[in-house]
Write a protein that binds this ligand. Structure first.
Ligand SMILES: NC(=O)c1ccc[n+]([C@@H]2O[C@H](COP(=O)([O-])OP(=O)(O)OC[C@H]3O[C@@H](n4cnc5c(N)ncnc54)[C@H](OP(=O)(O)O)[C@@H]3O)[C@@H](O)[C@H]2O)c1
Length: 255
């Protein structure tokens, strides 16, 4: 039994992870983290498991300190950490604002790594870490460039962390889905370069990604593609020269 900590729980995959984990036998409390308090309160009201709402902007030191102080105060046994808070912005270096660039790096990378660092001491044999990364981590994607680079960082970090955790019984997985039906695209399009990517095909349900991500983690897999399109991108990123992959993306994003 232990606590499941889920960031980004006010929406999309984070909310589905919180729902799925609250129903598990090895979870007796769920901590949900995001900025939108009313969304978190609504989710807390829906979950049958005791829930702790942490309203925090994870791009700030104060937001990260809010999670750290809950850990230090309660000294929980953490059975799951799911870092699902994150965002992407569509556009080029010329159209994405510095503030948006900073929040992608701060939330997708800095917050995820610092939260992982601060939570591991509260974990034990059989604990789980799921970093919600993306298939964008498999290759560079112009006009989604900072986002893809932030996810490549997280994939690399998660793979290295697995080896550091060897022998501890704690398993870390990078969950790398293709497009998912969440609020992600609406947020990503709030830029001047929104039309740089015309369509978001083959989007999966968040519930499917959550189920497959948790299964992959239980199977001790380093990366969970969660679907065929992501798996094909993974293969392309590994075996086809990146200049060819990127040329293909440059065609696809205009279609
Ligand atoms: N949807 C896709 O197509 C897709 C595909 C691959 C990977 N991903 C990744 O999956 C993860 C989850 O995204 P999603 O698809 O579920 O999108 P979403 O529905 O937009 O959810 C994003 C979550 O992140 C939280 N968040 C954003 N900025 C935050 C901040 N500064 N502080 C605290 N929380 C913050 C949001 O909460 P508040 O706004 O309430 O703070 C929200 O709960 C992201 O890392 C994303 O990159 C998404």
């Amino acid at each position: 039994m232990g606590v499941a900590i889920v960031t980004g729980a006010s929406s999309g995959m984070g909310r589905e992870f919180a729902r799925a984990l609250s129903a598990r036998d090895d979870v007796d409390e769920v901590w949900i983290v995001a900025r939108r308090a009313e969304r978190l309160e609504a989710l807390a009201g829906e979950l049958a498991t005791p829930t702790c709402v942490i309203c925090a902007d994870l791009s700030t030191d104060e937001g990260l300190a809010a999670v750290r102080s809950e850990l230090e105060e309660n000294k929980p046994l953490v059975s799951y950490l799911v870092n699902a808070a994150g965002l992407g912005k569509v556009g080029s270096y010329a159209t994405i604002s510095d503030a948006d660039v900073a929040s992608m790096v701060d939330v997708n990378c800095r917050a995820a790594v610092l939260l992982t660092q601060m939570t591991i001491p509260y974990m034990t044999r059989g604990s789980h870490i799921l970093e919600v990364v993306s298939c964008a981590s498999f290759l560079p994607l112009p006009h989604l460039n900072v986002y893809a680079a932030s996810k490549a960082f997280m994939q690399s970090y998660t793979r290295g962390l697995r080896w550091e955790l060897f022998g501890t019984g704690i398993c870390a997985t990078a969950v790398c889905p293709f497009w998912v039906k969440t609020e992600f695209v609406a947020v990503a399009q709030r830029t001047k370069g929104a039309s740089d990517i015309r369509h978001y095909p083959l989007a999966q349900r968040p519930q499917t990604v959550v189920r497959r991500g948790l299964l992959a983690n239980r199977l001790h897999l380093a990366v969970a593609c969660c679907g065929v399109p992501s798996f094909l991108l993974r293969v392309a990123g590994k075996f086809i020269p990146w200049c060819v992959d990127i040329a293909g993306w440059e065609v696809l994003r205009r279609v």
